[in-house]
Design a protein around this ligand. Sequence first.
Ligand code: ADP
Ligand code: MG
Length: 322
Amino acid sequence: MTSEFALIARHFTRPGRSAILGIGDDAALLAPTAGMQLAVSVDALVAGRHFLPSVAPERLGHKALAVNLSDLAAMGAVPRWALLAITLPAADEAWLAGFTRGFFRLAEQHRVELVGGDTTRGPLNIGITVLGEVEAGRALRRDGARPGDDIWVSGQLGGAALGLRHARGELSLAGADAAACRDRLDLPEPRLALGRLLGDGLAHAAIDVSDGLLADLGHILDRSGVGATVDYSAVPLEPALAGNPGLIAACALHGGDDYELCFTAPPGQAGAVCAAGARAGVPVTRIGRITAEPGLRLQDAAGRAVTVPCGGYDHFGDDGEG
Ligand code: ADP
Ligand code: MG
């Protein structure tokens, strides 16, 4: 029988980088860089709710960290440290080796150090806390959008929701589309480089798209006390949606899990925003405009109102089971 401490030593402990004290004591000791504020976020992933129980552990390790780093990207912060609270049904060494391979590959790519956590037995559940740093006053908040701002989104939307439908057997995508959408679902890339560049005086507000574009943009509007018009035809779509036009609204407007950034910036910054996207290696697309009038209005390219069924994921809403 493998002890909890052997598991921690074997799977979670890596040579330290910048923590004063990492894994092994009652608490980690961290020293933030002078002049920086800490950006701290936690996200839990529950089997059957946030991921399919059949997902490969290596992919799950990536996704669990990626969704947390995405929150730091949306704040314009640089990630530094992470804490991992994991509940496992059994001490499955092969599963843990896979999980940590995915976790640490992404952690190393972004120079994130795992400095502590908790390991217990129970139904599979993964809670990760991430800590990042951002210059005082420079964080990208949800409450900074102003009337007249352009609304932008990075990457393409709808792939993760389409991949989930495919994985559940609700539709069948052709080979390359199936693989691309499954990767969008399992292997999101946190847009950290873009978030950093946007925080350099370009964007007024930002959020990561985890619950669906319209729901998440709605959070910016609520927090900023503004409204928006969105050009439905401008929303950048996962290529596989071309073959499933009936799913565009459900997957690209209401589908979650894409982890792209939605942000607002003054029109005068449009060139700089495109340059930031090019530098960060991710396309950025202007999809609408912030208005003083509250509410979210969808339009077609000719400015005519478009209505789509409402949605967006809410764990305690009608579509969640609670
Ligand atoms: P305590 O009893 O003080 O909570 P634990 O025995 O739970 O300590 O953990 C021992 C050390 O291992 C602590 O430093 C803790 O942060 C670390 N640790 C435990 N589980 C994990 C994990 N899943 N990932 C990273 N560090 C962990
Ligand atoms: Mg503990």
